[in-house]
Design a protein around this ligand. Structure first.
Ligand SMILES: [Zn+2]
Length: 477
């Protein structure tokens, strides 16, 4: 019996290992192999949690995602898209995500007026009629329907079109089938036609740093990385604070939500049309600027300024948000969010906890027996130093200081906080350190320092690293 079981396991293992190049019967039965993009507007309403207005369905290009990991194995994201077979209600596909709207609704502005944001979900095209649900996470962590739509593609007639070739796709490294690899696409913004080679060189430089950072380094062979060059008419992107109005290829702009360094585009429909010409699971929008900035939203995209001194750091940090749903672990920088995480609610992000139930801490298995929870650290002293820097940074922003001067300040911060954190009694231990996700009190991060906390370290904390690997697994199988 034992031998027979071993043989069975061996056969199963061989079947699983060899299956990457074989057809997927379940997938092929339910899906056509094409990629379906559903665009909708997400708007607020007074006292409500958001209205969804479906806009379009486009079938364009091949489905680049996993053909086995169709039901989201990770429970990340403020929102989730679910697709069910209409007749049987069998769940066909699900993915968690976060959105610009989801951040905006936590700002003061959202209480003042109504606004709509373009959003797109990408799914494999099903063969049969389906029910699509856009869901929002409730305080208890469960998902509730915000909107549903029954679709029969034979009747509803989506736009079917070959992706428009609006740019040039440059392979950086391609290790295998799109279906069994993470397809990372880096797209240009604010680069003129003459700056094509600069964009490719910028991409290579930043990708190299990412893949010398764990866990990306050891999982490099699970990635396909490509660059998509789309020319802009002028160099650089818009910056409302400096009255620079610029319509770049992707429409990126500084000063999102009034935060000087936060860079987003509100043109998601146009962006998806542009990116459809290359296979991708995840996007980084690389923009041609000397001024510090970026952003990253889970399963949406990350943005990064190419030419600042900490560009490589920002590239990895923002990808941590957009790829693996990691929260910011810092808490003292100025942000527009009023109550990003409600008191008494456990955040969905894998690297932040409200520590409501220390015995069941979500990264408990990584905590050594002799590490206390919460874990003591010199927060008061760190805050004194850090807040003084934040005040200087705000003054310099006000005085429109040069990028060189700002970078000098960053170096000074690093010089004084890195040794301070390294001397902590529980440095490099996993615990629960108070101060995370824009709140000094009541939220906790896993280690005293991490790429998601300061610009000091060159490594993710153990909890962030594990979350990233789990997301890689959800694509690379
Ligand atoms: Zn971390």
């Amino acid at each position: 019996m034992v031998v027979a079981m071993d043989k069975l396991l061996l056969l199963l293992t061989l079947a699983l290992c060899g299956c990457s190049t074989l057809a997927r019967p379940d997938f092929d039965q339910a899906f056509t192999g094409k990629c379906m993009q559903v665009g909708y507007n997400h708007a607020n309403r007074k006292g409500g949690s958001g209205e969804i207005g479906f806009e379009h369905v486009v079938i364009s290009g091949d489905w680049p995602g996993s053909r086995t990991q169709l039901i989201d194995p990770n429970d990340f994201g403020k929102y989730r898209v679910e697709m069910r077979d209409l007749a049987s209600q069998r769940l066909l596909y699900s993915r968690g995500f976060a959105s610009i709207f989801g951040e905006w609704e936590t700002t003061a502005e959202a209480k003042e007026f109504l606004k709509a944001f373009e959003e797109t979900v990408r799914l494999p095209e099903p063969r049969l009629p389906f029910r699509l649900a856009i869901q929002k996470r409730a305080d208890d962590g469960s998902f509730q329907d915000l909107a549903t739509r029954d679709v029969d593609l034979a009747v509803d007639r989506p736009w079917r079109r070959d992706p428009e070739q609006l740019g040039e796709t440059v392979p950086i490294f391609v290790h295998g089938d799109n279906a069994t690899h993470v397809d990372l696409l880096i797209v240009s913004d604010g680069y003129t036609r003459e700056q094509r080679d600069k964009f490719v060189a910028d991409t290579r430089r930043l990708v190299e740093v990412m893949f010398t950072t764990e866990p990306f380094q050891r999982r490099k062979s699970d990635f396909n990385v490509r660059a998509l060059f789309v020319p802009s008419k002028e160099a650089g992107i818009a910056n409302p604070r400096k009255e620079v109005a610029r319509k770049s290829a992707l429409g990126l702009s500084y000063n999102a939500f009034g935060s000087d360094r936060y860079v987003l585009t509100m043109d998601d429909f146009a962006l998806r049309q542009t990116c459809a010409q290359a296979p991708y699971d995840t996007l980084i929008l690389l923009f041609n600027e000397r001024k510090y900035g970026g952003g990253g939203i889970y399963n949406l995209w990350a943005t990064v300024a190419a030419d600042t001194e900490p560009a490589a750091y920002v590239f990895v940090h923002e990808f941590g948000h957009s790829f693996a749903g990691l929260a910011d672990e810092y808490y003292s920088s100025q942000v527009a969010y009023e109550e990003f995480i409600k008191p008494g609610v456990e955040p969905w992000e894998p690297n932040v906890t409200a520590l409501l139930d220390p015995a069941n801490l979500k990264w408990k298995d990584l905590v050594a027996k002799d590490t206390p929870l919460p874990t003591p650290w010199g927060q008061q002293h760190f805050d004194e130093i850090d807040l003084a820097y934040q005040a200087r940074r705000a003054q310099m922003l006000e005085a429109k200081a040069s990028e060189e001067a700002m970078e000098g300040l960053f170096r000074e911060v690093k010089g004084s906080t890195a040794p301070l954190l390294a001397r902590e009694r529980y440095a490099n231990a996993v615990g629960a350190f108070e101060g995370a996700s824009y709140q000094a009190k009541g939220l906790f991060r896993p280690e005293v320092d991490c790429i998601m906390f300061t610009r000091n370290p060159t490594r993710f904390c153990a909890v962030c690293e594990r979350a990233i690997e789990r997301v890689i697994d959800s694509y690379a199988r």
